[in-house]
Design a protein around this ligand. Sequence first.
Ligand code: HEM
Length: 407
Amino acid sequence: MSITERPPLAQLGDPAVVANPYPVLAAIRAATPFAAVDGKLIVLGRHADCSRILRDSRVSSERGRSALAPPGGPRREGMSFLSMDAPDHTRLRRLVAKAFTPRVIAGFAPRIREVTHELLSAAAARDPHELEIVSQLAYPLPVQIICELLGVPAGDHQRFAGWSARLAHSLQPRFIEQDEEGFADAAAARIEFAEYFRELITQRRAEPGDDLLTELIRAEDEGSRLSEAELLSTSILLLVAGHETTVGLISNAVLALLRHPDQLAALRADPGLADGTVEETLRYDPPVQLTARIARSPIRIGEVEAQDGGVILLMLAATGRDPDVFPEPDRFDITRAAGGHLAFAAGPHFCLGAPLARLEASIALTAFADRVTAPELAGGGLTYKPNFNLRGPERLVVRTAGIRPVP
Ligand code: HEM
């Protein structure tokens, strides 16, 4: 399949565009809503349209319903609740939701602070004048925390990092490239991941812990609350979603602060602006650029109509810069009340990990502003991952006058 009807969409896969997709996204937003691929794909980029569709009960998250799915489509067994509809989605989400409420997550703040400071101190010990944000802070922090929350040994990270990245790659939408190999690779990664969790579940059954995996195992053991396949897919979802996204939030925020020194100075002067910095980054440069829904019945959106089975592509990253909602949308301003963005989606699939991602990023940015003195983006120090959906820096090198000791 190729999308030639509206050229800007295909450009999103271009590496130069991945580094700064916002001009292309603005052009796409201005053209939306529009239909492509013989009307089987509807593209939305306006905040009002995306917000409405995410909450519309006539849409589905089951990719197998898509008119664009390959024949024989993705098998349902490997699917997590991210790709399910009610009632299965509701039942599975409810089982884990209580572990992610803002109140429960707030209890992790001291541990998140401790890990953040350990990471910055380790970086300072290695080189007091250079910090590579992705590998030394933005990636290891969420990995460590989601592992502890879930009950996965963080030391196993080397084993699952590759599977996780391959699964994250599979979230690239299919219209960018005909990537059969990529899909087969993601399916293989899922199988290896499931094997890994099967081993871990056997161990945890023998020696229960005080963690989410143990709780999920109990729910399985108690009978009909979740099947073994659901236990595996839920564990994989939480582990992958728990770290392949927050890394982008922390890195994108640091990058925006480096490019806007007045904003960094404001944050340093008032650490109370850390939460605002996180919200503004989610609006201005979100880690998840898009998602999709499938129409279950004809749905009219402005001039276009999605047919049953039609794919509705929601350009979340375009909605954050919609001038109808955010005045001067291209300005990064940590004092603006950026609430109302769709970086975590909306409706029944609203990101379950939002309180955790927000807290981790807020603590990481506070520590960065406080301890990393006179930071500057190193020349040639920024490269992006090739993914444009789960988008963010692969490397972000900061030169600094020094990393201060823990306050
Ligand atoms: C900045 C970081 C994050 C961003 C931008 C983000 C974004 C999103 C988005 C856009 C969705 C909705 C996808 C859709 O419905 O199509 C979602 C769902 C989800 N996220 Fe996150 N996420 C982040 C961090 C996390 C973390 C730390 C976790 C922790 C485990 C997590 C777990 C989940 C889960 C389980 C879902 C599925 C919810 C459902 O289907 O009901 N996310 N996320």
